[in-house]
Design a protein around this ligand. Structure first.
Ligand SMILES: [Cu+2]
Length: 560
């Protein structure tokens, strides 16, 4: 799908249309099914085969890949006190909650504020919005049995001009937490206000098999989520327990000892666009979805990451706003998938690609010990997509170069690899399907009157569309209402299991626990879910944040 504009773009970045065009044509002809396609050739530096997305005023300024290292967000540290003191009574479940500091009652503070950010050395430093003023925000770490309270303070400028609104509601995505602390879209903070979110870090149903892993937190302000998250309001929240303990030298015989510490790397992928002056560009009026033409990983465009010859755990997150990815390694090597939506599978799965809708997470192990020093491997996105509706169906090879791994040292001394990838990870919780069969609901996600609806209804945050009895197992059917759209559907408070996809069994990588399910064109899935521990208001919505902002969200209330 080359366009004149794309050839111009490649010419700009590669300094020669002939070089870029030749490489593209070779790979394009191989995709069209010749009898003996030539092997894919690596692209010259700076060349991206992805067509320019629709709806941008023009290509973003040229940037060379691999100029900047991959940033790793800092870990959020506790504070000794908060002033004014938190109010215990406003929290539903006060398990372990005690405003006086103790080892089980950690206090944290996050200021939501502007900060200066570099997306790339060839683009100007510019203002973003971030938790603690940085993007990605500081990584929060949680341990089961250690409840905590986080004070979110909105310090965004009240007189802000441009996309984004200085009003925020912070959602702990996939967290099992009370409604008050969930980040409901309509209970947002105005500039100058704060709100204390209590994260009890409890297991749903008290079941250790329900332990969570790779969560993230992001803005959820009704109607403006896409803009505020695009400006930078997103960060990781990683949960650990006695199995997935975050210590590859854990002496506990139950511990999985997955790669940990400096070898446990969160990666948030966000596609961005920039205007001719190099300033971040967004179009909130494209209700189909917004695509950028630059590949940012942890906030930096096409970074490199120097690795030791050992195993690493990567926690991949599609940070949106709208694009789907299909990640491959440029050398064709498999990756070991250990978790979907951050939740450990029963056993590892070898995969050669990762297809991810917005807000989905995939944890993989890559073992670099098999490669000599000097090896370079590129993580590519091969899924061609030119608009917010859906991918074109074309798998590019080679794909867009997103992140480069450079094997640059042996793993010796402090980097010695004590980690393992056990053949058994975490068992799945038991399902009560007999009861669930008697409690079924169907939701259709479709386009209505130029916006986005669920069962024909637009979002109303002020009243529940339906109620669900706490603890009762349910089967929900989620249907893509058609029209050629893809919807990544996210449910708050509890995870679900995919029972069926289009009437058949789910794929192996769908067999884990999820909080997002991708409904591709015409698809229908049946899921098993139940809502435990808390009551109150929660939401389900499309996580193409442009769809979410234009009403594809439903409030439901959990009742005793
Ligand atoms: Cu959608």
């Amino acid at each position: 799908m080359p366009t004149r504009r794309n050839f111009m773009k490649w010419g700009l970045v590669a300094g020669g249309v002939a070089l870029a065009g030749g490489s593209f044509l070779q790979s394009a002809s191989s995709q069209q099914g010749g009898p003996c396609p030539p092997p894919p050739q690596p692209l010259p530096p700076g060349v991206d085969p992805m067509p320019l997305p629709e709806g941008l005023p023009g290509p973003s300024p040229a940037t060379l890949p691999w100029l900047a290292p991959l940033p790793i967000p800092p870990v959020l540290q506790p504070v000794s006190s908060l002033s004014p003191a938190p109010i215990a009574g406003e929290h539903e479940l006060q398990l372990g909650f005690n405003p006086s500091l103790g080892p089980l009652n950690q206090l944290f503070k996050i200021d939501i504020k502007p900060g200066l950010h570099s997306f790339h050395p060839q683009l100007p430093m510019q203002e973003i919005w971030g938790y603690e003023g940085i993007f990605p925000g500081p990584t929060m770490i949680a341990h089961y049995g250690q409840p905590k309270l986080v004070r979110f303070r909105n310090l965004l400028p009240i007189n802000h001009v441009g996309f984004g609104v200085p009003e925020t509601s912070t959602h702990n995505h996939n967290g099992h937490q009370e409604s008050f602390s969930d980040g409901h879209p309509t209970t947002f903070l105005l500039s100058g206000q704060h709100r204390d979110h209590h994260y009890p870090i409890v297991l749903a149903g008290g079941d250790p098999n329900e332990a969570l892993g790779s969560l993230w937190y992001h803005d959820h302000r009704v109607d403006f989520t896409s803009q505020n998250v695009y400006r930078g309001l997103a960060g990781f929240h990683l949960y650990f327990d006695s199995l997935d303990s975050g210590n590859e030298q854990d002496p506990n015989p139950q511990a999985l000892r997955l790669p940990s510490g400096n070898f446990d790397i969160p990666l948030i992928f966000t596609d961005k666009a920039f205007d001719s002056a190099g300033q971040l560009y967004f179009n909130p009026f494209n209700f189909d979805g917004f695509l950028g033409d630059k590949w940012a990983v942890n906030g930096v465009i096409q970074p490199y990451f120097k690795v030791a010859r050992r195993k690493y755990r990567f926690r991949l997150l599609n940070g949106g706003p709208s694009r789907l990815y299909e990640f491959h390694l440029s050398n064709g090597a498999p990756m070991t998938l250990i978790a979907t939506d951050g939740n450990l599978l029963t056993s590892p799965l070898e995969v050669d690609h990762l297809r991810m809708g917005v807000a989905q997470r995939r944890d993989v192990i890559i073992d670099f010990s098999q490669y000599p020093i000097g090896t370079e491997i590129i993580l590519e996105n091969r899924l061609e997509q030119v608009d917010g509706r859906k991918p074109t169906g074309h798998i590019m090879n080679p794909g867009s170069p997103v992140l480069k791994f450079i094997v640059d040292r042996d793993a010796i001394g402090a980097e010695h690899d004590f980690s393992q990838v056990p053949s058994n990870l975490r068992p799945m919780p038991v399902m009560d399907l007999a009861t669930a069969q008697q409690n079924q609901r169907t939701f259709v996600f479709n386009r209505t009157d130029g916006a986005w609806a669920i069962n024909g209804q637009f979002f109303n945050g002020n009243a529940p569309a339906f109620t669900v009895t706490q603890g009762v197992p349910q089967i929900w059917t989620l249907k893509n209402g058609g029209g050629g759209w893809v919807h990544p559907i996210h449910i708050h408070l509890e995870e679900f299991r995919i029972l069926q996809r289009n009437g058949g069994l789910p794929a192996p990588e769908d067999m884990g626990r999820h909080d997002v399910v991708l409904l591709e064109e015409g698809e229908e899935v049946k899921i098993y879910i139940r809502f435990r521990t808390f009551t109150g208001k929660y939401v389900m919505h499309c996580h193409n944040t442009l769809h979410e902002d234009h009403a594809m969200m439903v409030r439901f209330d959990i009742v005793p």
